[in-house]
Write a new protein. Sequence first.
Length: 400
Amino acid sequence: MNLDGDRGLAIVPWRSSTLYVVLACSLMGVMGVSLVSPVLPDLRSVFGVSDTRIGLVITAYTLPGVVVTPFVGLVADRFGRRRVMVPLLFLFAAAGTGVAFARTFAEVVALRLLQGVGASALITLAVTLIGDVYDGRRRDAVMGLNGSTVGTGAAFYPLLGGALAGIRWSAPFLFFGVGALVGLFALVALTEPTGTRSTDVRTYLARLRTVAVLPRALAIFVALFAAFFIFYGAVLTVLPLLLSDAFGLGAGRIGATLSAVAAASAAVSSQYGRLAEWRSAPELVALGFVAYGVGLLAVRLAPSPLAVGASLLVFGVGFGVVMPSVDTAVVTLVDDDLRAGVMGMRTSVLRLGQTLGPVGFTGTAGLVFASPLDGYRVLLVVAGVAAALAGAVVYLSLRR
């Protein structure tokens, strides 16, 4: 088939069962924080914990990915994607649902750690499958569709989480049970990609180390860490607390405000195939980080929740540009038999940013400033400036 004249979603393989497994798996991967973020202010009173400790609900979930994901990638490269993906989905569902029955905050944190193990490589494996099965413009189109799907899910989940929290604080956690249904779907529908599997672990790890120290790989990892440190720290952790304390918003309205990020991200990601023809990956990454910075600075200056939502649209545009660009760079960096391993390293760095962001922002605000609210406002400005600088550094590094 000649794809040269096709554009955008027209070349997406809609009849491919693998495509729907990829999209469903990605939707589960993004659910773990987006669904819970609007409930954070309520959890403070339910379990009697401070702002600094409530960040552990996010950190406990993202921490396992820092350590686990590279090993998951190795196993997936050696034994296949489906054998890894399905058990992870069932663990994600079981541990997430278990939080609804937790009696202490320590139990919440422990269950979120287990859920984080299950979620550690879901999006990694989804993007790996895209690289396995598709190539050229079709790969770009599917990558954009996947990014758009993730963005749509991330836009919907805060709304859903806020609405469910209006019923009871535990209701959003019960919804994680849908992950078991996705696991069953993947078990039946996923066709394992064919290809050579690595058999020599020592050689495999040596090749991964060689890739990890390439200047281009290092630039990609820096971009990922910065993007998710800021996103999870400033937007998904600090902003709900700020909206609650400064504007008196409940979980439902917080979720609606946060959904602006994902709505903009989904719209932009869906057009990634076109954007990739317009500008190079380094230029797109730089433009995305500029939008990050502008959005955060606008959030700081916003006089109302509506203005905060409008500012988050700009931030979301940046996220929608950065992630498909970085993921495309990763999947094209290595051969097929190393792809899941490199994607594991990618996700490990990403999870490190997700893990350190929430505790970094809430901890700094609580320890350094007179009040956490004052700290949140200052840190939004710092994060905005840092995002713009990170974009410039990554752009110069990727151009080489």
